[in-house]
Design a protein around this ligand. Structure first.
Ligand SMILES: Cc1cc2nc3c(=O)[nH]c(=O)nc-3n(C[C@H](O)[C@H](O)[C@H](O)COP(=O)(O)OP(=O)(O)OC[C@H]3O[C@@H](n4cnc5c(N)ncnc54)[C@H](O)[C@@H]3O)c2cc1C
Length: 380
């Protein structure tokens, strides 16, 4: 067993760290305040290969492994979790979904542009009445021979107002339950496709979250991904990998807060000494360091499972469950270590605390991760 990163992995991590420090950090507070979507930064991340990290170079991707993906996600998330969720959705839900299950034509037409950042992707599973219970899809796609007619509403869609390509799950045969769900590639601007207003969120405010409406959208048959009835399995397979990205996002948020708290505790004095010298603070830092390290091992293990072609459904669920708990717990502690300064925007930790919460909700809430994990250990 080798716990060390390769030289190549270290270089990738350092490149992401430099980008986050030099490009994401300036303006991160303002973007959060104004809910500003960073188009120009997405372009730069595309140039660096961060929008198609694991995509085969023959489709314009960087051809890196999942370990590289989580290293990049951690570094971006330390500074700006809004930017990292754009990367995560594009990479592990949209690019992966099309590369693993799409047709040759779909890969040529969409993946080549998604992998370079020329296009942005969105993944549309959730609906007003289908969140955790994703099989309860109300959106319908009626087979009309050479095309489908799509009707319904999707909500909470990340990149919703900015995407060029949307992967939309819809019910094609209600009687077949989850086997009657398909996934379709919808392009921005298709007739009958409307983007609703942007959500005003607690955290990841620089990301772009919208409700989408589909009114009699004509979808060519060649835009269906996979065989008839594959849509729900498609969603579950892609989200399983997506959870590795969100776990790495949670890890980065926690690590970012820890680094700020550690620095602050060595500078701020109370009762004649730096607060790091008070054991109550030092023990908080010890707990942070220990639990964040444990989360990192779990995130890397899930990524490694994916790279080894092992089943990663459970390791990704465990990594997300744990890393998101650690992120929530220790961003709160980082605010506490900063005292009053933790409560104002200039010190960054309050934003990290707000951003941490979403990692316990999207791509399956913590309760849903526990269902995945418990089923795997109790099944006969
Ligand atoms: C900022 C943001 C971005 C998002 N981005 C996307 C996106 O890009 N694409 C997309 O498709 N979706 C997206 N989502 C949706 C997200 O995945 C859902 O919000 C999430 O899956 C939970 O669904 P829900 O909100 O309907 O909550 P519900 O399913 O209504 O759950 C409410 C509560 O009940 C609990 N619960 C539900 N069922 C059970 C059960 N069986 N056992 C125990 N507890 C249970 C849940 O854990 C939760 O605590 C996003 C959400 C947000 C907030």
């Amino acid at each position: 067993m080798d716990f060390s990163l390769s030289e190549e992995h270290k270089m990738i991590r350092d490149a992401a760290r430099d980008f986050a420090q030099n490009e994401l950090l300036p303006g991160v507070i303002q973007r959060d305040e104004e809910q500003y979507f960073p188009d120009e930064l997405v372009k730069k991340m595309g140039d660096l290969g961060f929008m198609g990290i694991m995509v085969d170079p023959k489709y314009g991707g960087s051809g890196m492994d999942t370990i590289s993906y989580v290293l990049i996600m951690e570094e971006l998330s330390k500074i700006d979790a809004s930017a990292s969720v754009i990367v995560s959705v594009n990479n592990s839900l949209v690019c992966y979904g099309i590369e693993a299950y799409g047709s040759k034509t779909q890969k040529q037409k969409y993946l080549t542009k998604l992998a370079t950042g020329e296009f942005i992707g969105a993944f549309c599973l959730s609906e007003p009445e289908a969140g955790s219970d994703a099989t309860s899809q109300k959106t319908t796609a009626i087979d009309k021979g050479d095309h489908y007619i799509l009707n319904g509403t999707k909500n909470w869609i990340t990149n919703g107002g900015r995407a060029d390509v949307y992967l939309v799950m819809a019910q094609t045969d209600r009687d077949k339950g989850s086997h009657g769900i398909n996934v379709f590639i919808i392009e921005k601007g298709m007739e009958g496709f409307h983007v609703g207003p942007k959500e005003n969120k607690l955290g990841i405010r620089g990301s772009d979250t919208h409700t989408l409406q589909f009114n009699d959208v004509k979808v060519p048959k060649e835009n269906r991904i996979g065989d008839d009835g594959f849509g729900f399995r498609f969603a579950m397979k892609t989200i399983s990998g997506g959870r590795i990205g969100i776990a790495a996002q949670a890890l980065g948020i926690a690590q970012g807060a820890y680094e700020l708290a550690l620095k602050y505790s060595k500078e701020r004095k109370a009762f004649g000494t730096e607060i790091a010298n008070h054991q109550a603070i030092a023990f908080k830092l010890a707990d942070m360091h220990t639990e964040i390290s444990a989360a990192r091992h779990m995130v890397l293990k899930a990524a490694w499972d994916k790279d080894q072609n092992n089943n990663y459904d459970v390791s990704s669920a465990m990594a997300k469950l744990y890393a998101s708990q650690v992120a929530m717990k220790h961003t709160v502690e980082a605010v506490q270590i900063h005292g009053g300064n933790g409560f104002v925007k200039d010190y960054h930790v309050e934003r990290l605390m707000r951003d941490a919460k979403i990692t316990q909700i999207y791509e399956g809430t913590s309760e849903i991760q526990k269902i995945v994990i418990s089923r795997s250990i109790t099944k006969k």
